[in-house]
Ligand binder design. Structure first.
Ligand SMILES: O=CC(=O)O
Length: 338
């Protein structure tokens, strides 16, 4: 009997079992949003720790030799303890743009590659940042509530909002998302400046090395950077007070980049004018003080997702995993910036 005969005798289930395994620690939000089948491939099989009754370390040890890749999403950490149980893993592909759940130095030390969502979310998240800013300034959501509650007829006109054009917009983090936000705000007639780890070559927007100085020189601070040890609570009391009582803040990065308690205090005491927030420190819980604030616009961490971005994401994720498993270059490899 030839090798091919043996192969063709295998059941579909047996063939699946021979496929390299991609382990998941938690279902990515994209699975429920567009269906897990959009991420299926005949080149690999998903192995879900959350479907097993076994303790995590036992589960991983049992499958350690067939697990070649990790599919991560926000939330579940991919840390040194996990990686040391998975000696065959060569890539971590994440459905997120942010990488804060992944121990990047440990991946580097082990020669494990990383691929993230690349550019698939950039336009949508940038649109949302601008949307939140317009909403905070022009009171779109607040006046919608006013009309729905019948208050227009009962109490008269709603207070005026403020003009976007002519505002000084400070972008914190001029990566691809920050840059998309900057381009949009420039088109709205804003004066853009930015803070980043380093001044960007070939970018003409004014650069502030110090985020506090940026805040002091802008009307709206838009947080577009990733979360890291350096950026955790980077937007603190000092930065918020530099932004000042006419200033507004928008966050589409990660909740913990802002000291949330301090932001709540500043908003309650009128030390800043408003906020548009897609992300929070301990999602999905949101400080209840926000609920009564009409100068705060809240969004449930959805800035990145549209059906279109999710379709692009599924192709990118499958493409990255298949590329890795056939020794081809990744489609969106994360390369550390200096
Ligand atoms: O917040 C969403 C992401 O990082 O993809």
């Amino acid at each position: 009997m030839g090798v091919n005969d043996t192969d063709s005798d295998k059941t579909q289930e047996e063939e699946q079992q021979d496929l390299p395994k991609v382990v998941l620690f938690r279902p990515p939000p994209a699975f429920s949003l567009i269906g897990e089948e959009s991420f299926a491939s005949n080149k690999f099989q998903f192995l879900k720790t959350y479907d097993s009754q076994l303790p995590l370390d036992q589960f991983l040890s049992t499958h350690s030799h067939s697990i070649k890749a990790i599919l991560s999403s926000g939330g579940a950490p991919v840390n040194a303890d996990i990686l040391q149980l998975l000696p065959e893993v060569g890539v971590v592909v994440t459905t997120s743009a942010g990488l804060n759940q992944i121990d990047i130095p440990e991946c580097r030390r082990r020669g494990i590659k990383i691929a993230n969502a690349g550019y698939v979310y950039s336009a949508d998240v940038a649109d949302m940042a601008v949307g939140l800013l317009i909403d905070v300034l022009r009171k779109v959501s607040a006046s919608d509530r006013y009309v729905r509650q019948g208050l227009w007829a009962a109490k008269g006109n709603y207070p005026l909002g403020s003009k976007l054009s002519g505002k000084r917009a400070g972008i914190v983090g001029l990566g691809n998302i920050g840059y998309e936000v900057a381009k949009r705000l420039e088109a709205f007639g804003c004066f853009v400046s930015y803070n980043s780890r380093k001044k960007k070559p070939n970018v003409s927007y004014p650069f502030y090395h110090d985020v506090c100085e940026l805040a002091a020189n802008c009307d709206a601070l838009i947080i577009c950077c990733g979360l890291s040890d350096e950026t955790r609570h980077m937007i603190n009391k000092q930065v918020l007070s530099a932004l000042g009582k006419e200033g507004v803040i928008v966050n589409i990065g990660r909740g913990a980049i802002i000291d949330e308690k301090e932001m709540v205090r500043c908003l309650m005491q009128g030390e800043i004018a408003g906020a548009g927030l897609d992300v929070f420190e301990t999602e999905p819980s949101v400080p209840k003080e926000f609920f009564a604030m009409d100068n705060v616009v809240l969004s449930p961490h959805r800035a990145v997702f549209t059906p279109e971005s999710l379709k692009d994401l599924s192709q990118l994720v499958v493409g990255n995993l298949e590329a890795f498993l056939s020794n081809k270059p990744l489609l969106s490899e994360y390369v550390d910036s200096e």
